[in-house]
Design a protein around this ligand. Structure first.
Ligand SMILES: Cc1cc2nc3c(=O)[nH]c(=O)nc-3n(C[C@H](O)[C@H](O)[C@H](O)COP(=O)(O)OP(=O)(O)OC[C@H]3O[C@@H](n4cnc5c(N)ncnc54)[C@H](O)[C@@H]3O)c2cc1C
Length: 461
């Protein structure tokens, strides 16, 4: 065998599996067909969209508007150039860190397209046609996904873009329609809205972000509408037209939305087409997703693992990394404790949403008696100092065991603050943790104390 572990794809799951395998003393090759290492996460997904968000919030003065008013701006005319500059610096740095990490751990890497040609063999074909074959003992399929592009949508990168192409805009659109109110859709819609671009968000279903607590989503929708975004729920798209003067989105109810640019962000498809999965007896579903054992990440071929977006929900960089690590440990016989009960979900919209554990709807469905504690950020001194007048934290406790069942946040810092809730849930903590512990003051984290007391006052001792 040439390698103990062959990793196909250098995104979060591939990267983590490669480094973990190397730390266990194994020989590792990572092959990616992209121009640079890092995958969707570094080049078109997580890092670029989060860098864009940070730049937009900084240059627009968004975080200060609660204090100085909605008209407050740090920079008056924000150009695409302003946004791209920070993006390139961040991406270069991410790639450098990754290359260095591979080098330090003696992980080899190659640029080529990979295809299975036997149970322990792949072919590598580079862009210039170079061909080679590599033998492996174990392999990880970490090929990720690409935007779903229906044939009848006229993607042209002039009027109609997919989410990978949004970063190639040559100027800020005067108006934007976003189709698909999933995580990617709401993130981009709210980021552009924070730049004062009038945005229409179109979603065929009547609700959005169904895995998030309804009260949080209702508040989020209220905040989006309050700042002038148009949200069309329950609106199926009949046709999208790219015209010289504008893009047109015709809805099934007969209305037509005109805007300078359309972002089509309705789902993603696994990159499995050219992998030769049939050679190793692995099947993918109609969206290119591979089924794995949820504990070990083995596919139907026991020495071939799959992790990251190609195995479907939750399709996060955070969970992908952990899946890669677990797969590598299993491949080399390292026993791991059972995975924690819950993981956090972060939605980097403006405002942020983050959630861990059970939503109120799920608790209610379980039939367990529960109590809710709520804290509004504007009730905290830190909130006053920052001029934060929106956002809240909601905690759900079991009345019987007093344990924290779920934590849900919409507002500034949500994706950082959520880890307190995560730790308490996964360590089996109760409402008494929040009541009896001292929190730094003034902080937004103090909201946990306030929400804990809110529930405790109704629960009694
Ligand atoms: C706009 C956007 C925003 C996001 N924001 C967040 C966020 O805030 N937080 C979060 O946790 N997640 C976020 N995600 C999700 C996150 O990016 C993905 O979950 C993560 O990148 C998946 O990692 P992966 O390991 O599946 O590999 P990917 O990052 O998908 O990379 C796969 C790699 O495989 C390579 N490849 C594919 N086929 C082959 C082949 N045949 N041969 C060789 N190489 C191949 C590709 O070139 C690519 O480099 C976001 C995604 C998008 C699109």
């Amino acid at each position: 065998m040439d390698y103990d572990m062959l990793v196909i794809g250098s995104g979060p799951s591939g990267r983590r599996a490669a480094v973990q395998s190397a730390k266990l003393g194994k020989s590792v090759l990572v092959v990616d067909r992209g121009r640079r290492l890092g995958g969707v996460s570094v080049h078109t997904g997580t890092i670029p969209s989060k860098t864009l968000r940070e730049t937009v919030l900084n240059l627009s003065g968004w975080r200060e508007r609660g204090f100085y008013g909605r008209g407050y701006r740090v920079k008056q005319d924000i150009s695409v150039g302003d946004l791209i500059e920070r993006l390139h610096k961040t991406l270069d740095h991410e790639v450098e860190v990754l290359q260095h990490q591979f080098m330090r751990n003696s992980v080899k890497n190659a640029r080529a397209s990979v295809k299975f040609i036997g149970p322990n063999k792949v072919s590598l074909t580079s862009d210039n046609g170079d061909y080679s074959e590599v033998g492996f003992a174990n392999a990880l399929i970490a090929v990720g996904t690409r935007p779903h592009r229906p044939r009848d949508v006229p993607f042209d990168k002039i009027r109609v873009f997919d989410s990978d192409e949004m970063l190639e805009l040559d100027r800020l659109p005067r108006t934007l329609t976003v189709i698909g109110a999933g995580v990617i859709g709401v993130e981009y819609a709210t980021i552009f809205s924070a730049l004062d671009v009038p945005v229409t968000l179109v979603e065929p279903r009547n609700s959005i972000l169904d895995f998030v607590d309804r009260e949080i989503v209702d508040d989020f929708i209220h905040q989006m509408r309050d700042r002038g975004m148009t949200i069309r729920l329950g609106s199926a798209v009949k046709e999208i037209r790219s015209k010289p003067e504008a893009a047109e989105v015709e809805l099934a109810d007969g209305r037509t939305i005109r805007s300078e640019v359309v972002l089509y962000a309705a789902g993603r498809t696994g990159n499995v087409g050219s992998l030769g999965l049939d050679v190793v007896g692995i099947e993918a579903d109609s969206r290119g997703r591979i089924k794995v054992d949820p504990q070990t990440f083995q596919t139907s071929a026991p020495n071939i693992y799959a992790a990251g977006d190609v195995i479907g929900f939750p399709s996060l960089a955070s969970t992908s990394m952990e899946q890669g690590r677990v797969a590598a440990c299993h491949a080399f016989g390292v026993a791991l404790p059972p995975p924690p009960e819950t993981f956090p979900y972060g939605i980097y919209a403006v405002p942020e949403i983050s959630t861990v554990g059970l939503s109120e709807e799920q608790v209610r469905e379980s039939g367990a008696a529960y109590e809710v504690g709520v804290a509004r950020f504007r009730e905290t001194s830190r909130g006053h100092i920052m001029g934060v007048n929106t956002g809240f934290l909601k905690l759900l406790f079991s009345i019987e065991t007093r344990r924290l069942l779920g934590a849900h946040i919409v507002g500034e810092g949500a994706t950082e603050l959520i880890h307190i809730g995560q730790a308490v849930i996964n360590l089996g903590g109760t409402v008494d943790f929040f009541v009896n512990n001292t929190f730094n003051y003034p902080t937004l984290a103090e909201a946990y104390k306030i929400a804990g007391l809110d529930a405790w006052n109704r629960m009694g001792r």
